[in-house]
Design a binder for this molecule. Sequence first.
Ligand SMILES: [Zn+2]
Length: 339
Amino acid sequence: MIRRTGPAIPVVGLLLVALAGVGLTRRPAAPAWPADHHMHLGSADLCARVAECGAYHTPAAVLAADAVRALDAAHVGRGVVLSSAYIYGLPSLGLPPDSVALLVRRENEFTAAEVAQFPDRLVGFLAVDPMQPSALQELAHWRDSRVLRGLKLHLTVLGVNLNDSTQRARVAEVVGAAAAQGMPLVIHVGGGTFGAREAELFMADILPRAGDMPVQLAHGAGGLPLLGDNHVAVLRVFAKHILGGTPAAQHLLFDLSFVPAPGEDATTTTRLMREIRRIGLERFLFASDFDVQTVEEAVRALDRLGLSPEERAVIARACAPWVCAPRPEGGGRPAPGEL
Ligand SMILES: [Zn+2]
């Protein structure tokens, strides 16, 4: 999650009811986009604690059906649901480690149960707070899960300081453990004090532990709060390593949710796009950060990037293998052209 920008209003369900009422049948249109690579759900317990969930239910909760409706409204085929369980590690909640362990497990279980209701539309990632003593145990619990197939880490909101070698080593350990169980990663590194120096530390000491496993950096390696020139500087570091052939950088991907972020002006966006083009559009994935914004809002937000029609087509085709590749168990068959 990045932060709430406005209420999400599901309207597709109402439309379907209206069409049924006049005797029309609605054939779903072919998806315009194969996948949204960054979505969130929220259990009633989590939503009550953070008050950042859309008004879909009483008490507040964000369910898989809400995410699928948001995908349908934007004609997007599938979604990657990143568990919000890491939120229980927020310093502001002040929960003791045994409570965090219990609540993180519950939120990951909630996410898995929801995602499992839509095996042809949704894929899940579990989440942990890497600094918690229970993190490795939680990760191991989901080994070989067919529902939660990757790991989400949010370093910024948890206050992880990569200038501290002990914290850096701990994050590297968790990343290595996820890669060893065959899990791709989505990591939110950006925002706040994460600048060029921290990006170099991440490249040197953490990313190599992922081996050949893809690592998707959330929000194009940016995020909130905005601080000076950090987002551009961070992307420049990753561009340097990708173009320079650093082995650990070759499996980096970036998602485009909130790129540009609220508050990043046209000049900054132009500078971001310069780095994005150097890195190559094929490494950038469409993403919304639902339900912080709707999937439709994320599609419209792409207009701010100034993409050429050819560049937009590259983004429109992109689909990570964990969401579009055929699954051995036969579920979630990809539509033609999605790969
Ligand atoms: Zn998010």
